[in-house]
Design a protein around this ligand. Structure first.
Ligand code: PLP
Length: 461
């Protein structure tokens, strides 16, 4: 078979048309036990080329059997749906195949990335000293912030009188915090997970007490990872309360908004990150709440020099023209870096900042709808709070883990479970801006009908 881009884009069009139709007809793909994948699909790679006809057949089947993460019944992850204008941008990025390291390789795409970042600086109240980049995801954004904080504190305090560095985070923070502490040489044992209040937010008094303990033990507190939208409950740490404590102790304050950070676009919901201008760095994932394809993650830093100090290295084989302002590789972790800015730009350009705000507002509307449904129905017990995009609940006395797994294995619904303190529950996330309240009613209807019909087979708690 020939290597022919025109033919293959035609094939792409045909395959995508088929997939999009199937996604409506069968929103949950047929479950395949991982042990059986090779029996159901022709995955094995062989020595010789295959025919065009055979190739198409195999690809069609593979697509139709794959998880449908953009369908109306996918609530399993903190992403869902797809904004067509962002998909368009991502497809163009694949064809352009720039690398965002230098202006020479990426050309005007560099300005696309810079334009988005500069809009974010002004949205959150950073000034023209700010810097930013598009890391591979929220985990990497968190890592980069930790490295910058470490380098900064080492440069100022820790040169001759080495003290053990202590990082702080919420007991509900993302699991990347721990491995990042390991990668950065801080050490997993030097992260303090601060107890949260009943709403899942870092408790200020616990934070202060822990800092004082660490100082009196001769340690050096240097970094806080606060969260805007914790992964399970979607709780927003109180930045205004935490910021003065960080300032007092010279602690770098990072705000992990991978899940909920996009509230900065909404006049109505940006109060959830009030005080964000006090942070030293902030990240959010446009692939979670805004419907951009994975991954679209942004990290911004109050002082661009911190980014440069930690991530720049000279490389004469790479940086041959232009200065560091346009050679984005000097402020990024990666060398060859995918163009993840274009898809956000094609969407933003098309719908404007107001359009992005509308997506966020709509997702909160969906959350409120779901929450009201659960709160007003005596068969449900609710575990989450207002102004959260994660509706955590249990239905009757069904075991959430068993119920979620059965719904999945019976091709009915994709939804996951979570835990907060002693409670385990189903976690319905409203991060798909394409969903309507009818889609959510449908979610509850499918769940309830399955439970009534299979009452005896589902574990109870
Ligand atoms: C999803 C998430 C992350 C990780 O982002 P990835 O892009 O998946 O690496 C980090 N923090 C929070 C709060 C998240 O919800």
């Amino acid at each position: 078979m020939l290597n022919n881009i025109k033919d293959d884009l035609q094939l792409f069009d045909e395959l995508v048309t088929l997939f999009l139709e199937d996604e409506i007809q069968n929103p949950v793909a047929e479950y395949i036990n991982p042990k059986d994948v090779n029996k159901v699909l022709d995955i094995t790679l062989q020595e010789s080329a295959i025919s065009k006809v055979e190739y198409k057949k195999i690809l069609k089947k593979l697509l139709l059997k794959s998880t449908k993460s953009s369908s109306k019944l996918f609530f399993n992850q903190l992403f869902g749906g797809r904004h067509s204008k962002a998909v368009l941008g991502d497809l163009l990025a694949v064809i352009l195949n720039n690398s965002m390291a230098t202006y020479k390789i990426a050309g005007p795409q560099v300005s696309i990335e810079k334009e988005i970042l500069s809009k974010i600086y002004s949205l959150i109240g950073y000034n023209n000293k700010a810097g930013g980049t598009f890391p591979t995801g929220g985990s990497m954004s968190n890592f980069m912030s930790l490295v910058m904080a470490r380098d900064k504190v080492n440069a100022i305090y820790n040169k001759s009188n080495k003290k053990r560095l202590i990082a702080y985070s919420s007991e509900n923070s993302h699991y990347s915090i721990s491995k990042n502490a390991s990668f950065s040489g801080i050490g997993k044992e030097n992260v303090r997970y601060i107890k949260s209040d009943q709403y899942g937010r870092i408790c200020k008094d616990n934070f202060e007490n822990q800092i004082n303990d660490d100082i009196s033990n001769g340690f050096l507190p240097f970094y806080l990872n606060a969260t805007a939208g914790t992964t399970v409950l979607c709780a927003f740490d109180n930045i205004e309360e935490l910021a003065p404590i960080c300032r007092k102790h010279d602690i770098w304050m990072h705000l992990d908004g991978a899940f909920g950070g996009a509230v900065i676009f909404s006049e109505k919901y940006k109060y959830l990150v009030k005080g964000i201008n006090f942070t030293d760095s902030f990240c959010f994932n446009a692939h979670k709440t805004l419907g951009a394809p994975i991954s679209t993650s942004l990290l911004v830093v109050k002082d661009k020099n911190d980014l440069y100090n930690s991530f720049n290295n000279s490389a004469s084989y790479l940086y041959q023209t232009h200065d560091s302002d346009f050679n984005l590789g000097q402020t990024s972790f990666e060398c060859g870096r995918r163009n993840n800015a274009l898809k956000l730009w094609t969407m933003w350009k098309a719908i404007g900042s107001n359009g992005i705000a509308n997506i966020i507002n709509h997702e909160f509307k969906l959350a409120n709808f779901a929450r009201n449904y659960v709160v007003n129905n005596p068969h449900y017990k609710v575990f989450s709070f207002e102004n959260s995009l994660a509706i955590c609940f249990n239905y009757k006395n069904f075991d959430p883990e068993d119920l979620c797994t059965k719904l999945y294995e019976n091709n009915l619904l994709m939804v996951g479970f979570g835990q907060f303190h002693a409670n385990k529950f189903i976690r319905l996330v409203t991060v798909n801006g394409e969903n309507s309240t009818d889609n959510l009613s449908n979610f509850f209807q499918i769940l309830e009908e399955y439970c009534e019909r299979n009452e005896a087979n589902i574990k109870k708690v």
